[in-house]
Ligand binder design. Structure first.
Ligand code: IYR
Length: 218
């Protein structure tokens, strides 16, 4: 393995602390959005966002992910129809009472109009193995790696000034079929990406306090 010097710009601890605070303030405002505008977003934008997601760390640097970006209205319609079919069954029995109760605050149901309204859908696939020159090669910590890449993508979308929703219509097998993905790719997450609809609302929910999520050992 060849090693290279790290490109790194040292900053004072005061400057780091200030940035950490500003970053928190910025990320605090990120919300999951279910009402999208149909205002267009350029392909170039989506390319850069996916590039950013692709910088995520991964097990043995295998980068076990594929990002499918869909703006084709015909394909979006097919995805919406298939997702709504699954979600209908989810909301009518598959999810169970406790789950439905937990979702009440969000006002969600089986209708998923955002799958057609949002200018782009990004479907993230996890590659459970790879194929190189016809040989199967192993990927490691695929779930963790793709989860981190998804986090990078969501953060990048927010940083760029757009909104998204971490949508998991389940089961998601229909996505691999509609997008004609190979056998080694399994759908992981579906993110509509765009601008929020004018007058979009978000549920009045709260984030846990630091004391409820962090334990310090000093
Ligand atoms: N996938 C369904 C249900 C759903 C599940 C969870 I957990 C949520 O946080 C929100 C929704 C849907 O998208 O409606």
């Amino acid at each position: 393995m060849k090693f290279l010097p790290l490109l790194f710009q040292y900053r004072t601890s005061r400057s780091v602390e200030r940035s950490a605070y500003r970053i928190y303030q910025k990320y605090f405002r990120r919300r999951s959005i279910r009402e999208f505008s149909d205002a267009p977003v350029s392909r170039r934008t989506i390319e850069q966002l996916i590039r950013t997601a692709g910088t995520a760390p991964s097990g043995a640097n295998k980068q076990p992910w594929t990002f499918c970006a869909i703006s084709d209205p015909v394909l979006k319609k097919k995805i919406r129809e298939a997702a709504e079919k699954e979600e209908y069954d989810n909301y009518h029995g598959r999810m169970g009472d406790a789950w439905l109760k937990d979702l009440e605050a969000f006002g969600t149901d089986w209708h998923k109009p955002f799958l057609e309204t949002a200018p782009w859908l990004i479907v993230i696939f996890r590659k459970i193995y790879d194929v190189n020159d016809g040989e199967r090669t192993k990927n490691y910590y695929v779930q963790e790696s793709v989860g981190i890449a998804a986090g990078f993508l969501i953060a990048a979308i927010h940083q760029a000034g757009l909104v998204t929703l971490t949508h998991t219509p389940s089961p998601m097998n229909f996505l691999a079929e509609l997008l004609q993905r190979p056998e080694n790719e399994k759908a992981f997450l579906l993110l509509p990406v765009g601008y929020p609809a004018e007058g979009a609302v978000v549920p009045d929910i709260h984030r846990k306090a630091l004391a409820d999520i962090a334990v310090f050992y000093e």
